[in-house]
Write a protein that binds this ligand. Structure first.
Ligand code: ATP
Ligand code: MG
Length: 689
């Protein structure tokens, strides 16, 4: 009946509206915390508020919107844009739709650092190390200072990096971090100190930053009295989604930029905090009200708009058993008679078949694949399912899994670009030099040493005497490098140059050169979407297009496909139908996370996050036997498992139980204590001896 476009704020409930309207038009908008359960509209309230602020005259260039992933930032910007468009239609004026400062903490940090590099004595040609590069550098430094792993059981390079990262992100002393999280490394405190000192020096010498540096430098700039207020004054509003998963360092960035909390709004749910293994802490949310020089206003949301009542009942039961939480009540008016299913199944092969059947049934009932998702604890858990989906020609895209960018040929191309960007970066340089025939590790080192001493890298390359075997190929590489360093080279011309040089190397090195060449073409296509080499390299390192599909390369996003995702990467999203794989003790909670009550509680929240992604159909699948990948020495194996401890017998009334087991397959439905299960596995492991 309505002829005018609908008012986009009309659907908000009173609490959401209060958050959206909070101090709009005030000269001093007080800090605001929205703490609320899953699906209560936190993210959508945030998007509406962005629109409302712009509508009331805020400058979109001066709004900082921090999200958990680039995808989330794009979605939220679009959402705010469409709200604004509807408002503007009401008044028939033009709506601005871009938010230049929307992104993750890391990507915004990288941008700010590029702008402020000169001010803090950083060379703005810095490159960013991904996790792999950082580990390798840590390993290299460890080797150089003689802390080899074989010496005594000195922690692996990955563990060293995790400890370093935890210290930086939690802002706790090394000693405390060792005690609380890495007790088995405590004896190495002194050596680790030496190692971390040398690691930091190496990063500085090579003009590279790791992920943690992006937050650390930002935080240090923010807490500097002069720079802090300068950076803070770039933004009139700072809005943060998923605040429960931020760490101390991130909180200090916010307080540093905005000591009075003016214009700051954060939303989150303590029951969904699942990143403490990266140093995130719910304390951030709990401390928020008293963190600024003026108290924060707090709003809670209780109505869930996402899930049906039975799904909500089951999820609430799981989280109600948590040892510690901010009690929240959630309600919905989405009645349904369909309870979530608890599906008992013999093994993972059956699980894959069962899930595929259900997916096709749902599709026949009119639910497109894109509104269905399959979630799992670890990226490797979807292997059997991926095979089955492929066998049945069901298209899928996997998030949070093996990345396109991890392929060695893609790494090669990116390394060449990084090396051109930052000649001091040894990890990239080392990789690139060895692509040239006749150059091995020793020559590569010598080359990098001579570059490190040179004022002009191109001249140093030209002066370098390569082994005679390198010959013409060496000259071609020098020509490429010279071209890449030419001032005024217009992106993405760089990637074309690299491609022309690299494709013949591929032919030489690999039998499947054609397949790899297609990936390189894909990467070149992707590169065209970025405005400069620096932004391309930074963005792709920080938030890679992590989708993999049944084909090589990033997926074609036009067609219909099922989403496969780790639970961690499913945060904030929703689907009509959700399958959760391996809902068994050993997977959820993971055997690697049953060391402390705190770890087990985080696993409970993880299951809660998975369950609350579902709008209409939720299937928890419980295979009786599952396959676990273990440390190399122990070998992979099948183990018997039982329903997760987080669904207690008393909770079964919230589920429809579907048993797909024959009587003798159903060994036990009772969760067994860890000790028993471990012992059974230990015995199985030694049976052959
Ligand atoms: P999560 O904790 O999982 O991040 P959330 O609190 O951010 O969830 P949203 O994703 O914002 O919740 O919203 C959940 C769903 O409810 C979305 O589909 C959203 O469009 C819808 N929704 C939110 N508020 C309303 C409302 N007032 N009226 C109708 N639908 C709403
Ligand atoms: Mg959300």
């Amino acid at each position: 009946e309505k002829t005018v476009p609908e008012d986009p704020y009309a659907s908000l409930n009173p609490e959401q509206r209060a958050a959206v309207e909070h101090d709009v038009g005030e000269a001093n908008p007080r800090p605001l915390l929205v703490i609320a359960g899953a699906g209560s509209g936190k993210t959508s309230t945030l998007a509406h508020r962005v629109a409302r602020l712009i509508q009331a005259g805020a400058d979109p260039q001066r709004i900082l919107l921090l999200t958990f992933s680039r995808r989330a930032a794009v979605e939220m910007t679009n959402r705010a844009g469409s709200v604004l468009q509807r408002v503007m239609k009401l008044r028939s004026s033009q709506a601005p739709t871009t938010l230049p400062w929307a992104g993750t903490f890391h990507s915004i940090g990288a941008r700010l650092l590029r702008d402020y590099a000169g001010r803090i004595g950083l060379d703005d040609s810095f490159t960013i190390h991904d996790r792999g590069d950082s580990e390798d550098l840590m390993g290299l430094v460890r080797h150089e200072i003689g802390l080899t792993q074989s010496a005594k059981r000195f922690p692996l390079k990955g563990t060293c990096l995790s400890i370093y990262s935890r210290v930086v992100n939690s802002r706790e002393p090394l000693q405390d971090v060792l005690q609380s999280t890495f007790p088995w490394c405590s004896e190495w405190e002194q050596e680790l100190k030496t190692l971390f000192g040398a690691y930091v020096d190496a990063k500085q010498e090579q003009n590279v930053l790791d992920y943690d540096d992006l937050l650390l430098f930002w935080s240090e700039m923010a807490s500097d009295p002069e720079l802090g207020s300068e950076i803070g004054s770039l933004f009139d509003y700072v809005l943060v989604d998923e605040y429960q998963d931020t760490n101390r360092l991130q909180a200090s960035i916010i307080t540093g930029m905005k000591p009075d909390g003016k214009g700051v709004m954060v939303v989150g749910d303590d029951a969904q905090s699942i990143y403490s293994f990266r140093g995130a802490t719910v304390r951030n949310i709990l401390d928020f009200p008293q963190q600024f020089s003026q108290p924060a206003h707090m709003i809670t949301l209780e109505r869930n708009y996402r899930s049906t009542q039975p799904i909500l009942d089951a999820s609430n039961a799981v989280i109600a058993a948590a040892l510690e939480r901010h009690a929240k009540t959630l309600w919905t008016d989405k009645a349904s008679t369909a309870k979530p299913q608890l599906v008992l199944i013999p093994d993972e092969a059956e699980q894959a078949r069962w899930v595929c059947n259900r997916i096709l049934e749902h599709r026949e009932a009119g639910m497109p694949l894109i509104s269905q998702a399959v979630l799992f604890r670890a990226a490797s858990h979807s292997a059997a399912l991926e095979l089955e989906l492929m066998r049945r020609n069901i298209p899928f895209v996997k998030f949070g899994g093996l990345k396109f960018l991890e392929a060695s040929h893609i790494k090669d191309v990116l390394a060449v670009l990084r090396f051109a960007q930052n000649p001091s970066g040894r990890m990239a340089g080392f990789r690139v030099a060895q692509l040239i025939p006749g150059i091995g590790p020793a020559t590569a080192s010598r080359l990098l040493d001579s570059l490190a001493e040179a004022a002009e890298p191109v001249l140093a390359l030209e002066a370098f005497a390569p082994p005679s075997r390198a010959g013409g190929e060496w000259q071609e590489f020098v020509a490429l490098y010279r071209a890449l360093r030419t001032p005024g080279l217009r992106w993405p011309a760089d990637i074309g140059l690299v491609k022309n040089w690299y494709l013949p190397q591929l032919e030489r090195m690999h039998d499947d050169a054609q397949v790899r060449a297609a990936d390189v073409e894909q990467l070149a296509q992707l590169a065209g979407g970025y405005d400069s080499r620096e932004t391309f390299l930074a963005e792709i390192t920080l938030d890679p297009p992590e989708a993999t599909s049944d084909r090589a390369g990033p997926p074609n996003l036009d067609e219909d496909y099922v989403i496969l995702s780790t639970i961690h990467s499913s945060k904030g999203q929703e689907w009509k139908s959700v399958h959760v794989l391996n809902v068994v003790d050993g997977c959820i909670p993971s055997d690697m996370s049953t060391g402390s009550a705190g770890e087990i509680e985080e696993e409970r929240r993880l299951l809660y996050v998975a369950m609350t992604r579902a709008k209409e159909h939720l299937h928890l699948v419980v295979p009786n036997r599952f396959f676990i990948k273990q440390q190399a020495q122990m070998g992979d194996r099948h183990v018997y498992a039982a329903r997760t401890r987080f669904v207690s017998p008393a909770m079964l009334k919230h589920f429809e139980e579907c048993v797909w087991l024959t009587a003798d397959q159903a060994h036990s439905k009772k969760p067994m204590p860890d000790s028993v299960r471990m012992m059974v596995r230990e015995r199985a492991r030694n049976a052959w001896k």
